[in-house]
Design a protein around this ligand. Structure first.
Ligand code: PMP
Length: 399
């Protein structure tokens, strides 16, 4: 027997597996509503104009490729920190926040998980929403944590089971790590409202929980500033705070892997010790991050003109998704009047928990080459004025 004889086949990734099936499908009218990627009205992955312009600037002054510092491009880290917390926030002014460039939002979560495993209570456990982005559990488990679910989605109301969530938070051991979606909850599209966040912040502080905010969709609900409000409220409230953010979606830079991890500490001095240890986590994982994506984002965020363009382009994506939600509901009303889909317009971000069952999702795939997640999650950002009629007709048939 060799080293590999007893190795079992790993299960397919539930989301990326859908794309594998989609790619193998020969139907020319196939539609992929599975992955969380924004496509434009022509079904194409956009290259944002602000990115194109920043890249042209970078190309014009081509520079040699030395290593970046362990914590990434300084201009990037600064710009991201100001975006996430606000340039004139107390945590930024008092230098209590540290931000390191990360390999996408996923990489930021893994850095935070590894850091927490090293420095949190020996018996601290991680809590994620039920349901959550599939990779949350796997990432924290692979860092060595036991991962639990707190109640979140209520299928009956298609909203948040806030009573259940609060009860869980109130019963967690002090030092527990709570992963929260800052906006545009993936996969349900159901977010907490302002007053509910107030209560969550209160209980997190009161019980000494460690909040880990994951913000992968800033700008896809109400706007860049509006969507970042939860992060700023947590930062103002005090206590330790972890924030992972990603530019995969908001800059349409999926393959460049640009994200960041920010940690808020109690003082400048504490923050510098935290940063020194965070750099060790980076160093022992991949040494230092790649240059290009970080340079693009830093260039856009630092230039008033490019930043304005980015905000307009992001608003364009946000508005188009909203229009698709409205169109989907309107057309479903015509084709399947027996069922109420109004909730789709209340959900936020790229996704909709459509209420479609697993057998219905299977029929959509097998009979119509329309790919969704088994849980009924569809990516509204993959709908467009050309494919929506076929999708609605197919849904009406499988209901
Ligand atoms: N968190 C959530 C909730 C996400 O949906 C995603 C992306 N699907 C990520 C993190 C990871 O982002 P990235 O692709 O930048 O690694």
């Amino acid at each position: 027997a060799s080293l590999f004889t007893a190795i079992e086949m790993a299960p397919r990734d539930p989301i990326l597996g859908i794309t594998e099936g989609f790619n193998a499908d020969q139907n020319p009218n196939k539609t992929n509503l599975g992955v969380g990627v924004y496509y434009d009205d022509n079904g194409k992955l956009p290259l944002l104009e602000c990115v194109r312009k920043a890249e042209a600037e970078l190309m014009a002054k081509l520079s040699p490729r030395g290593y970046l510092p362990i914590d990434g491009l300084a201009a990037y880290d600064k710009a991201v920190q100001e975006l996430v917390f606000g340039a004139d926030s107390a945590v930024v002014k008092e230098k209590r926040a540290v931000t390191v460039q990360a390999i996408g939002g996923t990489g930021a979560l893994k850095l935070g998980a590894d850091f927490l495993k090293r420095f949190s209570n020996d018996n601290a456990q991680v809590w994620i929403s039920d349901p959550s982005w599939e990779n949350h559990r796997a990432l924290f488990e692979s860092a060595g944590f036991t991962v639990n679910n707190y109640p979140y989605y209520d299928a009956a109301t298609r909203g948040v089971n806030f009573v259940g969530m609060m009860e869980a938070l109130n019963n967690m051991a002090s030092g527990s790590i709570v992963v929260l979606h800052a906006c545009c909850h993936n996969p349900t599209g159901a977010d907490l409202n302002h007053d509910q966040w107030t209560q969550v912040i209160e209980v997190v502080l009161k019980r000494g929980l460690i909040p880990f905010l994951d913000m992968a969709y800033q700008g896809f609900a109400d706007g860049i500033t509006e969507d970042g409000e939860v992060v700023r409220r947590f930062a103002q409230a005090g206590g330790p705070l972890f924030v992972s953010n990603s530019f995969s979606k908001s800059f349409s830079l999926y393959g460049e892997r640009v994200g960041a991890l920010s940690i808020v500490a109690a003082s400048t001095e504490e923050a510098s010790r935290v940063l020194s240890q965070l750099k060790r986590v980076v160093r022992t994982n991949y040494s230092n991050p790649p240059i290009h994506g970080g340079q693009v984002v830093a260039t856009v965020l630092a230039s008033p003109e490019l930043r304005k363009l980015w905000e307009e382009e992001l608003a364009g994506m946000r508005v188009r998704i909203r229009e698709m939600r409205q169109l989907l509901v309107k057309k479903l009303k015509e084709q399947a009047p027996a069922q109420d889909f109004d909730f789709v317009t209340k959900q936020r971000g790229m996704f909709s928990y459509s209420g479609l069952t697993k057998p219905q999702v299977e029929r959509l795939r097998d009979e119509f080459s329309i790919y969704a997640v088994d849980t009924g999650r569809i990516c509204v950002a993959a709908l467009n004025t050309k494919n929506i009629d076929a999708v609605v007709a197919a849904i009406a048939k499988v209901l």
